[in-house]
Each structure stands twice: as structure tokens, then as C-alpha cells.
Design a protein around this ligand. Structure first.
Ligand code: ATP
Length: 587
């Protein structure tokens, strides 16, 4: 936590200097009050002298207030910068995580850490951590002044400290636990809200008419949050009451001790009154400040823990030291004995698969549902690293290559096209931000998007809506294809979806794909007979194993799994690329 203060050293030093000045200024009235009371006890005092004392007291308090404002500004500058650093680091850290990380962590939970937990950190830092330092300084300064003025009373005052330490220890532990629970409940509520209120979530809720059930679930989560909030809030209040009582009791102890000292002529009445009214109160306030500050910091620690869990999490798939940049790849792909099991799964999704693909070849991946086709393409895109075996591009193991250069060499078109809620142009340029207008229009033409763009109200500058919902499935897929054309990557991975396309869209997508495959090493999860027939090699997967590989004719002749699948799925269907089957081949 303190490491985050290091870059702000000058501001931290300045704010501590302000605190010291402020503490001295706050303690100075003690001298004034002591002088005033002692002066009042003298006969023939002058009224103007009394006013002067009063004004000096007020002036010192005002000056301390101004220094306080300066310190507040410095502290705010520090805390807001730290929070900005934290948020930026968190997002950077998350962006570097592997896909597996996101499948095993809830998006809403991560969002909650990014927002709710960082907010707690900010509140604790701003209002308390540095004020805590201030209270410690005020307490120490008070003790020094007390010791100088009346050491016997100072000893009595300091004797309170061990009690406070014990109270703090017990309080911090309890606050930590209640606050951790509160942050977890908050994350649960955020995650659930995010899930049901996302576009795909709300569509699912509506399609099953589950609004009432989701509202009920939300109410349960909100109530859990309320109870946790109540517990955490009440814990803080009880603790605050403890400190308040301590603060009230301390002067009482001092009055008793002081009375005894006056009786024995070790102290004057002026000293005692000033001691109790200013010093002891200031000291008591400082102790209460320490108590409350420490408790709030303890309450913020669970949020820090949650933030640091993300920051400390290693990247499963990162650049190794000495990794190589893939320069001008030609697209030769060699998969050697690759085995991969998802976390927590006993059976590998891909088991000992080897495929050798020459540059420019079209590989059709076929197999029954759950055979491992998507897993294979995810491994190729290095969303995951194989447990055993290797995948090589142009002879280099993916793990030896810089991630960025691998991503640049691969064009991905997934079944479910994701578009950002931005303009069509911005979505297209995502593939190549520096592409010029000519290249952009050419890609749109090659993906058969020009008619769509002409029909859109603002052409390329039309907003596509959340996840691109303003576009049809076929249009979105053509946007994805245009994006990949623009990227001009030598290797292509494509999940060939046809299920949501009408026949007109289908024709366009089909023709756009034919152009896309030309000259690129392509891996296609084939749902169309035309792709299967056009493939240089068909890879048949079953339960993670490569069971057959060859051309359509070879595999049919072999009479194995492929022949069976073909019999069920393709026979009798038109293999014309334009008039291909529109139903998905569920295999
Ligand atoms: P389909 O044609 O139905 O899309 P597929 O051949 O693409 O299927 P994969 O998605 O690769 O199959 O899945 C292979 C196996 O891995 C399946 O048994 C699936 O349940 C499992 N699987 C897929 N993704 C995960 C995941 N994130 N975590 C755990 N298991 C997974």
C-alpha cells in the first residue's frame, strides 16, 4: 500500500509538513489559554490584553484551518492519482490475462473490484490513512508539550495508550471480517446485475419470462448486501462509541490526577484547566482519530486484498524472456502431439492431435458436437497453451513467439461476432487502426458490405448498437469478414456459422469467404459441404482425438466416422457454394 505513495513523495512530505504545522497551531491555543487563565487570576488585569489573548487564540485556529485546506488539497491529489494508477494497472493486468482466466472468473466480479473495491481504497486513503498519520503526529506533539508543561499529568495520559492498543487490535479484526463480507456481497450483487442486464442476458430473461424470478434473486442479493452493510456499519458505530467513551473518560482521570497534584502544589489551576480543556481534549481527539483511522484502514484492507489478488495474478500466457517476433509469416502450421484439458476437467478436450499444414491450405475441421473443434482453433489462436505437444507457425513454437506478433498473423472470424458499441468504421478499423479510406472501402466491397453501408443512415459512421445489435446476423458476420480482410493476416481461423443467415445473406457471406480463403492458411470449423469439398484436407475429430484425415473422396472411401457423418448430414444436399444448405451441420 505504501509503495503507491512512493511516486508522490514530494506531495506526501509537503502534506506531512502541513500536518506538523497544523498540529503545532492547534496546540498553540493551550499556551494562550494557560496564559489567559493565569493572567485572569492576577489583580488589575487590562481588558485589551484579554482581547488580545482571545484574538491570538482565534487567529491560530484560523491559520490552522487554512493549513488544513492546503493539506486536504495535497491529500486529494495523492489519493486520486493513486486510484487512477490502480484502475489503469488493474485494466492492464486483466487485459494481459489468458482467455481461461475470464472463463473461470465472473465478469461482474472483476468489474466490482475495478469500481467498488477501488472506491473503498480511495475513501480509506483520502479520509483516513493520511489523517491517521496526522493524528499520530498530533498525539506525539501533545505528549511532548504535556511532558514539558507537567510531566506527572503527561505520565497519567500516556498510561491510557496500552488500553487503546488492545481495543484497536480487537476492533480491527472484527472490522476486517465484516468489511470483507460486505465487499463480497457487493460483488455478488454487481455480477448478477451485470449478467441479467447485459443485452444477451436480458434477451434470455425475456425469452423465458423470468423477469419476476430475476427480480426476486436480485432482491435476495440486495438483502444479503443490506444485512452485511448493516453489520459492517454497526461494528464501526460500536467501535466509534468505544473511542468516544475513552475520549470522555480520559479528562476525568486527568481531573482526579490534577486535583491531587494541585493539592500537593505540584500544579497550578491554570495548568490543570488548560491541560484538560485544550491539551487533553486535543490528545483525546488525536487518539480517537488514530482509532477511527486505524479501523477504517482495517476496513479497507479487504478491498486492497481483492485489488491485489488481480494485480498479483501471474499471466498464464505471456511473452517469455527472449521471445521472437514473427516476421513476415508465410503461414506454415505444424501441430505436434497436442493435448489440452480445461481446468478441472479430467478428460482432455484435445488428445494427442498432430496436423501438418502447408502455407495457403484450407483445412476443414469436422466432427460431432463436443469433439474439440473450437478448442483446437482456440489453441491455434493461443487463447490457451497446450498441456503437451506444440503448435508451430513457420517452424516457431507459439510459446517462443511474441504474443502480439502471433495475434497479428492470425485472422479470426467467430460464430458469434462481437462488435463494440461504436460506429461501423471504428469497428472495422479495430483490425488495422492505420488503414486508409481506400483499404477500408475495398475490404467492405470484398465482404459485400457496400450495399448495407449505402442503406445505413450515416453510412460507415452509423453506430452499430450494443454488441452490434442493429445489424443482422449475416451483416455482422460480413463485418467480421471485412475486418479480417482489412487485417490481411496470412492465417485464418473461422467458425463457419450459417444458422442465423437467410439465403440472401448466406450467398454474400459465402462469396466473401471464398475470396478470403484465397492465399491464406485457413482452418475452418466446417458447417457447409461446399467448404468441406473445397478443403485441401479434412480433419475429423472425435472426443478430442484426430480419427481421420484426408480429402472428401478418401474419407468417403475409407467408410469411417466421416462417411457416417456425411451420410447423415450432407447427402442429398446441394454442394453449390451459393445455394448451400442453410441449416447448421450439427454433426
Ligand atoms: P461444437 O461443435 O458443439 O461447438 P466442439 O467440437 O467445438 O463442439 P469444444 O467446444 O472444443 O467442442 O469442446 C470440447 C470439449 O471441451 C467439450 O466436452 C466441452 O464440454 C469442453 N469444454 C469446452 N470449453 C470448456 C471450458 N471453458 N471449460 C471446460 N470445458 C470446456
Amino acid at each position: 500500500m505504501f509503495a503507491y505513495l512512493r511516486p508522490h513523495k514530494p506531495a506526501v512530505v509537503a502534506s506531512i509538513a502541513c500536518l506538523i504545522v497544523q498540529s503545532i497551531l492547534l496546540l498553540a491555543p493551550f499556551i494562550v489559554v494557560e496564559q489567559l487563565i493565569n493572567y485572569l487570576q492576577q489583580p488589575h488585569g487590562s481588558f485589551s490584553r484579554i482581547v488580545l489573548y482571545a484574538l491570538a487564540g482565534v487567529g491560530l485556529v484560523a491559520a490552522s484551518g487554512l493549513v488544513g485546506i492546503l493539506r486536504g488539497w495535497l491529500v486529494l491529489r495523492i489519493t486520486t492519482s493513486i486510484v487512477t494508477d490502480l484502475r489503469t494497472q488493474l485494466v492492464g493486468r486483466l487485459l494481459g490475462q489468458s482467455v481461461a482466466y475470464f472463463t473461470s472468473n465472473r465478469g461482474g466480479e472483476l468489474m466490482s473490484r475495478l469500481l467498488n473495491d477501488v472506491n473503498v481504497v480511495e475513501a480509506a486513503l483520502g479520509d483516513n490513512a493520511l489523517t491517521l498519520v496526522g493524528s499520530v503526529i498530533t498525539a506525539v506533539a501533545s505528549i511532548v508539550v504535556m511532558a514539558v508543561v507537567q510531566w506527572r499529568l503527561a505520565v497519567v495520559t500516556v498510561a491510557i495508550l496500552p488500553c487503546l492498543a488492545l481495543m484497536l487490535r480487537a476492533a480491527s479484526g472484527r472490522v476486517y471480517r465484516t468489511r470483507r463480507d460486505l465487499q463480497e456481497r457487493l460483488a455478488d450483487f454487481t455480477a448478477h446485475s451485470q449478467e441479467i442486464l447485459s443485452l444477451s442476458g436480458i434477451m434470455l430473461v425475456k425469452s423465458f419470462a423470468r423477469e419476476a424470478a430475476e427480480a426476486e434473486r436480485s432482491a435476495v442479493l440486495a438483502d444479503n448486501l443490506r444485512r452485511s452493510d448493516l453489520r459492517a456499519g454497526m461494528t464501526s458505530r460500536w467501535i466509534a462509541l468505544g473511542f468516544q467513551l475513552g475520549q470522555t473518560l480520559a479528562p476525568l482521570v486527568l481531573i482526579v490526577a490534577g486535583g491531587w497534584l494541585i493539592e500537593r502544589r505540584h500544579a497550578t489551576l491554570g495548568t490543570l484547566i488548560a491541560f484538560i480543556s485544550v491539551l487533553a481534549l486535543r490528545f483525546g481527539a488525536a487518539l480517537a482519530g488514530i482509532g477511527n483511522g486505524a479501523v477504517t484502514v482495517a476496513g479497507a484492507l479487504p478491498a486492497w486484498d481483492r485489488v491485489f489478488t488481480i494485480l498479483d495474478e501471474q499471466w498464464a500466457i505471456g511473452d517469455r524472456p527472449g521471445s521472437i517476433k514473427l516476421e513476415n509469416p508465410v503461414g506454415a502450421v505444424r501441430i505436434e502431439g497436442v493435448t489440452y484439458a480445461y481446468e478441472g476437467q479430467s478428460r482432455p478436450a484435445i488428445d494427442g492431435v498432430s496436423i501438418d499444414v502447408a502455407p495457403g491450405q484450407l483445412v476443414a475441421l469436422v466432427g460431432p458436437s463436443g469433439a474439440g473443434k473450437t478448442t483446437m482453433t482456440s489453441l491455434l489462436a493461443r487463447f490457451y497453451d497446450p498441456d503437451r505437444g506444440s503448435i508451430k507457425i513457420d517452424g516457431y513454437d507459439l510459446r517462443e513467439l511474441r504474443r502480439r506478433s502471433v495475434a497479428e498473423a492470425i485472422g479470426l472470424v467467430l460464430q458469434d461476432t462481437h462488435l463494440f458499441n461504436a460506429t461501423l468504421r471504428e469497428n472495422l478499423l479495430y483490425a488495422r487502426p492505420d488503414a486508409d479510406e481506400d483499404a477500408l472501402l475495398r475490404a467492405c466491397r470484398d465482404a459485400y458490405l457496400d450495399a448495407l453501408i449505402a442503406a445505413l443512415p450515416d453510412g460507415l459512421n452509423t453506430m452499430v448498437g450494443e454488441r452490434g445489435h442493429r445489424l443482422s446476423g449475416g451483416e455482422k458476420q460480413r463485418v467480421a469478414i471485412a475486418r479480417v480482410i482489412l487485417k490481411d493476416a496470412p492465417i485464418l481461423i473461422l467458425d463457419e456459422a450459417t444458422s442465423h443467415l437467410d439465403s440472401a445473406s448466406e450467398q454474400f457471406v459465402q462469396a466473401a469467404l471464398a475470396r478470403l480463403f484465397a492465399g491464406r492458411t485457413s482452418f475452418v470449423i466446417a458447417h457447409r459441404l461446399s467448404t468441406v469439398l473445397a478443403a485441401d484436407t479434412i480433419v475429423v475429430l472425435d472426443r478430442g482425438h484426430l480419427v481421420e484425415q484426408g480429402s472428401h473422396a478418401e474419407l468417403l472411401a475409407a467408410g469411417g466416422l466421416y462417411a457416417g457423418l456425411y451420410e447423415i448430414q450432407f447427402r442429398g444436399r446441394d454442394d453449390d457454394p451459393i445455394d448451400d444448405a442453410t441449416e447448421p451441420v450439427g454433426w
